[in-house]
Design a protein around this ligand. Structure first.
Ligand code: IMP
Length: 328
């Protein structure tokens, strides 16, 4: 068991009226309670920002239901979440309010933030949420395909991420209207992230057959029809290859993995595995077109491989490794 969220952030300011003028007047937070000279409480999204006068709150007050003295003084620090676009809007607003930006940081390409001071000298920051990576956080796996969702959950296992599935959250499955794997992955990740208010990871993948000019490609799922009948989809691939009299049975799987953040930032990584198609299909492990795909350098199909072996070389695992290198 561990706490799921931080409820309050506390700052100290001797001049509570000046703090209220700043947090309400400049930053636009709603002040839900002020006790003159003692404290002002502000709501910020799902959390509260509490500002106390340390001269008052470091003294023990007696009585029933009275909290203990904090014993703390400023200056402290608070950081508000802002998207890349909002950072620029805040910069303009602060400049117009004669508030100086003290410093700016680029967190190794993983988001930016800048710092300034409130009237009491507390350090205030605006930062893109992605500076905090995903470790220890919650992530929606935006796939209604149970085979893919299972593989993504397995790939995420080493990273202390709580995985929520789009299907279990009851999120709608958006229509895949993109014209590339990346476009479809981005569209699915964005839809889930916006709906859940959490980072979301989506995969768009498929089988590209060289002699069929890359088909079924982004239509790989659709070739299985509404019943998701992959025996039929594989037969369809084989029949088209035979109709072409194709001796070249080379194919590759592609996976585009997109990670969308609730502030609409998005990062996409692609992986690919090359191989050959066999007929008849072999093996009952894996999913989709796995039973007819033999990766280069192996004799077994993906459908015959243990999950750990497939994960070591699959297109999804390769895309995931690039994502993990960038994120974790
Ligand atoms: P989509 O990304 O949801 O459009 O679906 C991609 C489709 O490609 C899946 O339904 C599978 O049929 C196929 N596919 C993607 N990755 C794999 C894989 O690792 N093994 C077998 N088939 C796959």
């Amino acid at each position: 068991m561990r706490p799921s969220a931080i409820l309050e952030t506390i700052l100290y300011a001797e001049d509570i009226a000046a703090a209220r003028a700043f947090y309400e007047g400049v930053l636009g937070l709603t002040c839900v309670m002020e006790a003159e000279g003692r404290q002002a409480f502000f709501r910020c999204g799902g959390q509260m920002l509490l500002v106390f006068n340390p001269a008052v709150t470091s003294v023990q007050t007696t009585g029933k239901g009275v909290p203990p003295p904090h014993g703390a003084r400023g200056p402290g620090h608070v950081c508000f979440s802002a998207s890349a676009q909002e950072l620029e809007q805040w910069r303009a607003k602060l400049t117009a309010s004669n508030i100086e930006i003290e410093s700016e940081l680029d967190w190794k390409g993983r988001g930016r933030s800048f710092y300034f001071r409130d009237p009491a000298g507390n350090s205030v920051e605006f930062a893109e949420p992605r500076i905090w990576s995903l470790r220890g956080g919650r992530l929606v796996v935006a796939s209604h395909n149970s085979g893919k969702a299972r593989e993504m959950a397995e790939l995420l296992k080493p990273y202390d991420v709580e995985v929520l599935s789009a299907a279990n959250l009851g999120l709608a499955e958006p229509e895949e209207t993109g014209d590339s794997f990346a476009a479809n992955a981005e569209l699915k990740a964005r839809a889930a992230s916006r709906a859940a208010g959490l980072p979301a990871l989506a995969d768009d993948s498929g089988l590209c057959v060289k002699a069929l000019d890359g088909a079924p490609g982004i239509y790989s799922a659709r070739w299985a029809g509404p019943a998701k009948d992959f025996a039929m989809a594989m037969r369809n691939v084989e029949e088209k290859l035979q109709a072409k009299g194709a001796a070249d049975r080379k194919a590759h799987f592609v996976s585009a993995l997109s990670l969308a953040w609730p502030d609409d930032q998005i990062e996409t990584f692609e992986g690919r595995v090359d191989g050959t198609l066999v007929w008849p299909p072999r093996g009952t492990l894996g999913f989709g077109y796995d039973p007819m795909f033999v990766p280069d350098g192996f004799e077994m199909t993906f459908g015959e491989m243990e999950p750990s072996q497939k994960h070591a070389l699959s297109h999804r695992a390769r895309a995931f490794r690039k994502l993990a290198d960038a994120i974790f």
